[in-house]
Ligand binder design. Structure first.
Ligand code: AMP
Length: 403
């Protein structure tokens, strides 16, 4: 089934057209600067294959609809397109960052679902309005194609209250939905399924610690195939020390900064989200850079890496202690898949706990996934390439096939 996967932001649309049967990506692209004078569209047809073709367009896109019309034109173009007609796009899957407590599984879009996504805008003011702009656009342009929303928060809706509540007045949870939701759920779920296959066990019997380590990063405790705790919170700012996000800090720091620097809440929010994390410590949020600088003797870069790993190990330890019987630790996303030093530091000196990294396999893994622990390691260590677009496409196809 050809599924168009859309991640629509406030001024951008990221998209992929996939065939869910062959898992082939027909097209991937990005429309940027929607609503600004200098719009850009870049599309790759058959990305990553010998037949890859790149198309770039620089022009203003007044709104999401103008951008999407151009995408459809390119996809169905007689000469350079990949499908003959819009009707060959059978279904559309939308990535939604925040579903609040309204959504715990993918949903077919109708007015009620749109309403539910609108209701959680206060918790995801930077994301959900952009998602809704994308949904409204594709509902207009593809009136006959079923459309599905897949939520980053959904996988974590199995967390019990003891894990998802904050130590705040309970009434605030009831009134405002103030609780931890967790994110990257599509990725944590995807690698959980893959890890179960690699373990040769039903997913319901798998206890895992999954590390989605990218520019944004989160760690999830998976018990019996379900998320029972995760490091992110009400928003994707909580938990780990990330590329530019602070992760958990003492909440009193907000007031301290206000009192000492006179900064208002917007300034502090920007600081915690965009100027903190590894960037705030050493001036870079990219581990490739950070490693280069460590090699040149940059102590701040080394400190940033050590802080990030230290926080990750704290979560690994907490989840290990809670699960006790852990089948596998799974690394995924930009850092998890590509940074063998980071993986090695996360697993260092854990042999007494039955966690034994095979240092050769750690640096030489290739393909989609691999076990990088020693044959004797009680707990398997895995690297699995995440593929959120494919996961969304498959969830969409599954839901639509049942119609
Ligand atoms: P993501 O958000 O999953 O795309 O991950 C992006 C981050 O992955 C970058 O900021 C880098 O820190 C990291 N990354 C990507 N490629 C590599 C690599 N080859 N080696 C080390 N880190 C990498």
């Amino acid at each position: 089934m050809n599924v168009l996967v859309i991640n629509s932001g406030s001024s951008s649309i990221k998209y992929q057209l996939l065939n869910t049967a062959t898992e082939e990506v027909l097209v991937s692209g990005l429309v940027e600067r929607i609503g600004e004078g200098d719009g850009r569209l870049k599309q790759k047809n058959h990305p990553g294959t010998d037949a890859e073709k790149v198309i770039e367009i620089n022009q203003a896109f007044a709104d999401h609809e103008a951008g999407m019309v151009m995408v459809i034109d390119l996809i169905t173009d007689a000469e350079n397109g990949v499908v003959a007609d819009k009707s060959e796009i059978v279904a559309i899957g939308h990535r939604i960052v925040h579903g609040g407590e309204n959504f715990f599984e993918p949903m077919l879009i109708d007015d009620e679902v749109v309403d539910g996504i609108e209701k959680v805008i206060p918790m995801a003011p930077l994301h959900n309005p952009g998602h809704l702009a994308g949904i409204n656009t594709t509902r207009r342009l593809f009136p006959d194609a079923p459309q599905v929303v897949v939520f980053d928060t959904a996988f974590h809706q199995t967390m019990p209250p003891k894990a998802f509540l904050y130590g705040l007045p309970y009434e605030l949870y009831k009134e405002l939905g103030l609780r931890r939701y967790g994110f990257h759920g599509t990725s944590h779920k995807y690698v959980t399924g893959k890890a179960a296959e690699m373990l040769g066990k039903p997913v319901e019997q798998c206890n895992l610690i999954t590390l989605h380590l990218g520019n944004g990063a989160s760690i999830t405790e998976v018990r019996g195939g379900k998320s029972v705790d995760t490091s992110m919170g009400l928003t994707p700012l909580g938990g780990l020390i990330m590329g530019t996000r602070s992760g958990n800090i003492d909440p009193a720091i907000v007031r301290y900064l206000h009192d000492r620097k006179g900064w208002d809440i917007d300034k502090i929010d920007h600081l915690l989200t965009k100027e903190s994390g590894m960037l705030g410590i050493c001036g870079s949020n990219d581990l490739r850079d950070i490693h280069e600088r460590i090699a040149e003797g940059d102590e701040r870069a080394e400190l940033a890496l050590e802080m990030s790993v230290h926080r990750a190990r704290q979560y690994m330890g907490a989840y290990f202690f809670d699960l006790v019987d852990v089948d596998a630790i799974v690394f995924t996303a930009g850092i998890g898949e590509n940074d063998e030093v980071y993986r090695e530091m996360c697993c260092r000196e854990l042999e007494p706990l039955g966690i034994e990294l095979d240092k050769t396999k750690n640096v030489s893994w290739s393909g989609e996934s691999a076990i990088i622990s020693t044959g004797d390691s009680k707990v398997k260590i895995m690297v699995i390439r995440t593929n959120e677009e494919l996961a969304i496409a498959k969830e969409t196809a599954e839901l639509v096939s049942g119609l």
